[in-house]
Design a protein around this ligand. Structure first.
Ligand SMILES: Cc1cc2nc3c(=O)[nH]c(=O)nc-3n(C[C@H](O)[C@H](O)[C@H](O)COP(=O)(O)O)c2cc1C
Length: 311
């Protein structure tokens, strides 16, 4: 096992943890920047395979990478074609038009649901991550877990969507708590606690606290029972509006996903990240972490600005 090491007590509570790390090895090698050429030299088997094989050493790959640039500044560059004018189309001189596309039927014969999962999570990027804090109905257990099928979809009222894999029947702990209490807190993940946030994805048994496992700190909320993540620059107290359950296309009758719509009823922004009107969050302080494909997370340190067109 590589990466995160839990103390023995926490490890006992986090049932099945080794399996998680084994399954996390199954990510695309091309999604690990800086490793492809190294691996090409090292193993011809890997050269012909897009996936890690059991036995590959993730710790070794990680060790080969440059250190994290903690003080990386958010920089703004010019857009690719600052003199772009109406009708110009792409900015690559038509290069992309010379390429061909592969048509994929998500349900073509022999195609696994996991291929659609991998394609979507590697192609729809970057995705914001909602680190969701909930409480059990009796108020005794506190739960924390990350979800990247997540988005803000409206501001009046403030509305958010979260997609939970699985059914309401066998709901993930967060969804079970959310439907039973109708409440949660959505916390945005920043660079300064990305490892801890990742640790909350552990499939701990119901009632085991990801707060302890992660070492993150609880801060009181105003309108919901669930705590905010104190480390978080931006947190949103939320009330459940509705859920909608979805059915598998390959196995009719099998429920495979749940959409939750959540209304934001209170915002919390760290004071050094918000302007005087309490209306803008400073990207340089927020330093948000997004989810990419496989095991990869993204930073947002490189921005461009383009004025909105008027007709
Ligand atoms: C960055 C990240 C994003 C994730 N996004 C989702 C998601 O959108 N939907 C989902 O069902 N699981 C997602 N997961 C997996 C859950 O976090 C994981 O199943 C977790 O154990 C659920 O915890 P719970 O049972 O305490 O709610 C994600 C995991 C990670 C690390």
């Amino acid at each position: 096992m590589s990466g995160l090491v839990l103390n023995p007590t926490l490890r006992r509570t986090a049932r099945n943890l080794p399996q998680i790390f084994t399954s996390q090895r199954l990510c695309r090698i091309s999604q690990i920047p800086g490793t492809l050429s190294r691996y090409r030299q090292k193993s011809t088997m890997i050269k012909t395979s897009a996936f890690f094989k059991t036995g590959d050493d993730f710790a070794e790959i990680q060790a080969s990478r440059p250190d994290f640039q903690r003080n990386a500044k958010v920089t703004f560059s010019k857009p690719p074609k600052p003199d772009w004018k109406e009708g110009d189309g792409g900015n690559d001189g038509g290069e992309s038009l010379k390429k061909h596309h592969v048509e994929i039927d998500p349900y073509e014969e022999g195609r696994r649901a996991s291929s659609n999962y991998k394609l979507l999570i590697s192609g729809i990027v970057p995705r914001p991550i909602a680190l969701i804090s909930t409480k059990s109905k009796d108020g005794k257990a506190a739960n924390l877990a990350p979800f990247s099928y997540a988005q803000v979809i409206n501001h009046d009222p403030p509305l958010f969507t979260v997609g939970f894999v699985g059914s309401l029947d066998k709901a993930k702990d967060s969804l079970k708590n959310l439907t039973e209490t109708q409440e949660c807190v959505i916390n945005i993940i920043s660079e300064h606690f990305v490892e801890a946030a990742n640790a909350t994805a552990v499939n701990a048994p119901y009632g085991a606290s990801e707060w302890e496992i992660s070492g993150l700190h609880q801060a009181p909320s105003s309108l919901v029972q669930a705590a905010r993540v104190k480390e978080s620059i931006l947190s949103i107290e939320g009330k459940l509006v509705e859920t909608k359950e979805f059915e598998s296309r390959t196995t009719p009758g099998k429920k495979t996903g749940v959409l939750a719509i959540i209304e934001g009823v209170r915002f919390w922004v760290r004071e050094d990240a918000v302007d005087e009107e309490k209306s803008v969050v400073d990207l340089r302080v927020l330093k948000p972490i997004s989810r990419l494909g496989g095991l990869a997370y993204g930073r947002t340190t490189d921005a461009i600005e383009i004025p909105r067109p008027k007709f």
